[in-house]
Design a protein around this ligand. Structure first.
Ligand code: PNW
Length: 458
């Protein structure tokens, strides 16, 4: 038995890494020809982001990327997952390529390769070029084509050094949180539009898979999904049905098409009267279900689901997240500073559940997992250390118990950064960032992880 403060032995070749995303760390929002994204716009909307914050400066990684690479090198990780800002590469989403934007990622990739750190590149971590949103955003089918074209441009430039590609980060958030809950950019509250956005994101993913393989023959391509087991708060049939609806919306709307080439049973019924799903076209599922080299799983928490009244009794007025489910706190379950339940077993259930539902499950990476603190300090962070150790132990158990080919783990995040609608207060970093100086100071968890990585089997 490993003590909770030690990492389990993982197989040789297991990839240890950390993750970030462009809008959350780069800043330099108007530099070197970058176009505006939906997050620049959303952050200006009164009340949208805590404290009126934005990613305009963030951690200034656009200028301080060498510091980040040095931190990764000091930490001793094998890999770094970061994202490319689409509007840096194509300021209006399509058309003319902005060389200066690509140059930035070219330098970063070179810097990583010089230190022997393997780049895992996410092409879309939520920063849609505003010009594309003005033309309908992800509600519009054309956006999927533009995304594949963008993927080809990036792979054409970086594909000689980058082999590991993640098309989308958490299409659930881009579609449902952005177009149904309205908590993320573009801040819409819709039914049909949000479901169309989810479909077009998946279609864009499928088209990008083809584009990436064409531009970069050695490419390994995957997608990152945020998965949360939805558990009923009671055995009552209504609560079980509520958890099932949540599972359809949050998990299986994405895993079934991507891993099984079909939408889940019950999905049409869930949205009867909300959307006729007329955005689906013949052949789409073949594109969406293209075999992948890996699946990225972001795991943070489980959902405890209870049956609840719909916000809108009239289905025609419902948003896509108005499904008659309430997520409730569970007595006795510890929570993070953000109130997220800490249940490492949920990661075990997520991984073993994937293996039992999808017989052709590709290799899996945990592409995000992490814990936030709300205090602005560099002091000891034992909760973070325990969180990482317990989740790794749960992941290792899953790989031992089920046919899950678990290839790696990326902690979210390397550095404190812009936490979307919550602004800068939640700090997920192994490294503290001082705002506005941008000074980076490794926390205790960083030193702990470094020690673990030094002594691991390779
Ligand atoms: C992930 N929500 O997402 C993202 O991939 C990261 O960018 C983010 O920083 C990290 O988790 C920590 O939150 C989120 O529903 C998923 O509010 C869901 C939400 C927010 C972020």
């Amino acid at each position: 038995m490993t003590t909770p403060q030690e990492l389990p032995q993982m197989p040789a070749g297991f990839v240890w890494g950390t993750a970030t995303a462009a809008y959350q760390i780069e800043g330099a929002a108007a530099e070197d020809g970058r176009g505006p994204s939906i997050w620049d716009t959303f952050c200006r909307r009164p009340g949208a982001v805590a404290g009126g914050a934005s990613g305009a400066v963030a951690c200034d990684s656009y200028h301080r990327w060498r510091d980040d690479v040095q931190l990764l090198d000091d930490l001793g990780v094998d890999a770094y997952r970061f994202s490319i800002a689409w509007p840096r590469v194509l300021p209006t989403g399509a058309g003319a390529v902005n060389r200066a934007g690509l140059d930035y990622y070219d330098r970063l990739v070179d810097g990583l390769c010089e230190r022997g750190i393997r780049p895992f590149v996410t092409l879309y971590h939520w920063d849609l070029p505003q010009a594309l949103e003005d033309a309908g955003g992800w509600r519009a089918r054309d956006t999927a084509d533009h995304f594949a074209d963008y993927a080809a441009v990036v792979a054409g430039r970086l594909g000689d050094r980058v082999q590991d590609w993640i098309t989308l980060n958490e299409p659930y958030c881009s579609s449902i949180v952005g177009y149904a809950e309205g908590r993320h950019a573009p801040g819409a509250i819709e039914g049909h539009g949000a479901l169309a956005a989810a479909h077009h994101l998946l279609l864009g993913h499928g088209r990008a898979v083809t584009a990436l393989r064409a531009a970069c023959p050695g490419a390994r391509v995957g997608i990152t999904l945020n998965l949360s087991p939805a558990v009923p708060v009671s055995d009552a049939p209504v609560d079980r049905a509520a958890a099932d609806r949540m599972d359809l919306l949050l998990n299986r709307q994405f895993t079934d098409p991507v891993l099984g080439g079909a939408y889940p049973e019950g999905f049409e019924r869930l949205y009867a009267g909300v959307s006729d799903l007329s955005f689906r076209q013949d052949g789409d599922l073949q594109v969406i279900g293209a075999p992948l080299d890996f699946l990225g799983v972001n795991y943070y928490y489980r959902i405890h689901a209870a049956d609840a009244p719909y916000d809108q009794p009239d289905a025609a007025l419902r948003s896509a997240c108005d499904i008659g489910v309430r997520s409730v706190p569970r007595a006795g379950v510890p929570v993070t500073a953000l109130g997220w339940p800490i249940e490492p077993h949920g990661l075990y259930d997520t991984l073993t559940g994937l293996a039992s539902r999808y017989p052709d499950l590709p290799p899996v990476y945990v592409t995000e997992n992490g814990i936030a603190q709300l205090t602005d300090d560099q002091g000891p962070d034992p909760d973070r250390i325990r969180f990482i150790a317990e989740h790794l132990a749960a992941a290792a158990r899953a790989a031992a118990d089920a046919p899950v080919d678990l290839r790696g783990y990326f902690y979210w995040s390397l550095i404190d950064n812009f936490e979307w609608a919550r602004g800068y207060a939640p700090r997920f970093g192994l490294v503290h960032v001082d705002y506005p100086t941008g000074d980076r100071t490794p926390r205790e968890s960083f030193h702990w992880l470094r020690k673990q990585l030094v002594s691991r089997s390779r």
